[in-house]
Design a binder for this molecule. Structure first.
Ligand SMILES: [Mn+2]
Length: 477
């Protein structure tokens, strides 16, 4: 007699990113062990992916897996607007990841052609390399190839203002808009009614991902990955002020579809790619883009420390913005209830780092941990040293956090005679806003004028410099 062996089909999806995160977590599933006795707190994007695991899992399991090109199911039992079929989907000029991924996603969903409105930035290039999606053609080339008498229909994504429209696009060919921006004075004007899908969500790619789901369609992995990266980008890894529950849910669903095991690692690597185009980053973005927080309970010190890292090929560009970064660090520290916050600027070509110190507690702990000399990097006369050379230390995991940990373990304590730093003032932390006039949709902090006057000098005009996109260093996991 033979025994029938039950051959299980390999599960086409593996419980997604959330399951892997939980498995890697400590016993309470909440935080991540980072060395023997340091706890690194879950980042927002990790928390959301874990929290939405069940819901995302349910949604992804309900979507059929099909090998068909473009994943078009034989019978689509829900209405897909005909008007967008065969349209060219294109985002705004000074294009960004949401515009490019949204165009690719919408073209795949509605059955059209994606297009680029302008050359892509380093973050968008990262997403293409990561997900292997096909690079669209420029919209100019598509329209030229079509010829003047055969201009295709156009669906604008991620914009509807004439100021952001690629000038080659004939407005009378526009048949649709899929967007998440406010309708302001420069909104396009059309002769006929067009298809409009505008939702107040954090990213246009969230709208496309959600429409895939409501049409019971599973986006192919390369498209899902582009959409995932775009949502992370537009919402500042779900920390930005425009983030909604839909952005969080779509991140969890898309991470599941793409089998992303470590969402924070993806977010960090993407931020590193983004920070090569420093023009696209505000002070809030630089301080929060790759920040992790750690809890310490020792005899002399009990509290939480935030540690942000910006990797760059040109640290001077960031150091030039020190007067903008220091107050943002103070506000971030205040907002999160940290005892200390550090920002390390890591030059990934020369492999050395500089540490920004926003207050006396940070200065004192940095001197004890790294033994470096504090210099002044600020142009403010009131400033008494806010920069430390960290030499060839470059990794938060291997160099920065271990040095701080061992110093705290040896009994470091905040000196009693320490003068009060800026974060002890009763600061108005203001609120975060998306700059509606910025093509990148930069997140800026808005504080009252009174606070601004007390702060250091106004931000210097940022210099735009070319940084090579090809440099790819992975300094930590
Ligand atoms: Mn957008």
């Amino acid at each position: 007699m033979t025994t029938t062996i039950d051959h299980h089909e390999p599960n086409p999806h593996h419980g997604g990113g959330a399951e892997a995160l939980r498995m890697a977590a400590g016993k309470d599933g909440k935080d991540k062990q980072y060395g023997v006795d340091i706890t690194r707190h879950r980042t927002e994007v990790e928390k959301q992916v874990i929290e939405l695991e069940t819901q995302a899992d349910e949604i992804v399991h309900a979507l059929e897996v099909t090998e068909q090109p473009n994943n078009l199911l034989p019978k689509i039992d829900l209405f897909l607007p005909d008007v967008l079929k065969d349209a060219v989907f294109v985002g705004h000029v000074v294009t960004d990841l949401d515009s490019v991924a949204g165009a690719i996603g919408a073209a795949c969903l509605y059955g059209g052609t994606p297009a680029l409105a302008s050359p892509i930035n380093s973050e968008t290039m990262f997403a293409f390399q990561e997900w292997g999606a096909k690079m669209p053609q420029y919209v100019e080339d598509i329209l030229e190839e079509a010829g003047p008498d055969n201009q295709p229909d156009i669906c604008l994504v991620d914009h509807q203002q004439t100021s952001q429209l690629n000038p080659c696009i004939p407005v009378d060919r526009i048949v649709g808009v899929i967007d998440h921006h406010a309708l302001q004075s420069k909104t396009i004007v059309t002769d006929k009614p067009i298809y409009i899908d505008i939702r107040p969500w954090g990213s246009m790619s969230t709208i496309v991902a959600h429409t895939f789901l409501t049409h019971k369609r599973r986006p192919p992995k390369d498209v899902a990955g582009m959409l995932l990266s775009a949502i992370l980008s537009d919402t500042l890894n779900l920390l930005g002020p425009t983030t909604t529950k839909w952005d969080r849910l779509m991140v969890a669903v898309l991470a599941d579809i793409c089998n992303v095991d470590d969402i924070q690692l993806l977010a960090s690597r993407q931020f590193k790619a983004k920070s090569r185009d420093l023009a696209s980053l505000s002070a809030v973005g630089l301080v929060n883009g790759d920040q992790k927080s750690f809890s310490f309970q020792a005899s002399g010190f009990n509290g939480e420390i935030g540690f942000a890292v910006v990797e760059t090929t040109d640290d001077q560009v960031i150091l030039d913005r020190i007067d903008e970064l220091l107050p943002e660090m103070v506000l971030c520290k205040k907002e999160n209830g940290y005892t200390c916050i550090f920002l390390a600027i890591v030059n990934i070509v020369k492999l050395h780092s500089k540490l920004l110190l926003c207050g006396p507690t940070e200065q004192c702990l940095a001197e004890a941990a790294f033994g470096g000399t504090i210099i002044s990097g600020s142009s403010s006369s009131a400033d008494n040293g806010n920069l430390m050379d960290l030499g060839n230390r470059v990794s938060r995991k291997k160099d920065f956090i271990p040095a701080i940990t061992s110093t705290i373990k040896k009994g470091w304590t905040k000196p009693k005679d320490i003068k009060r730093g800026p974060s002890s003032l009763d600061l108005d932390i203001g609120h975060l806003e998306v700059d509606p006039n910025d093509p990148y949709g930069k997140v800026e902090r808005v504080v009252s004028d009174a606070i601004k006057k007390e702060g250091p000098n106004p931000a210097k005009k940022q210099k735009l410099r070319e940084s090579p996109v090809s440099v790819e260093h992975e300094l930590e996991g």
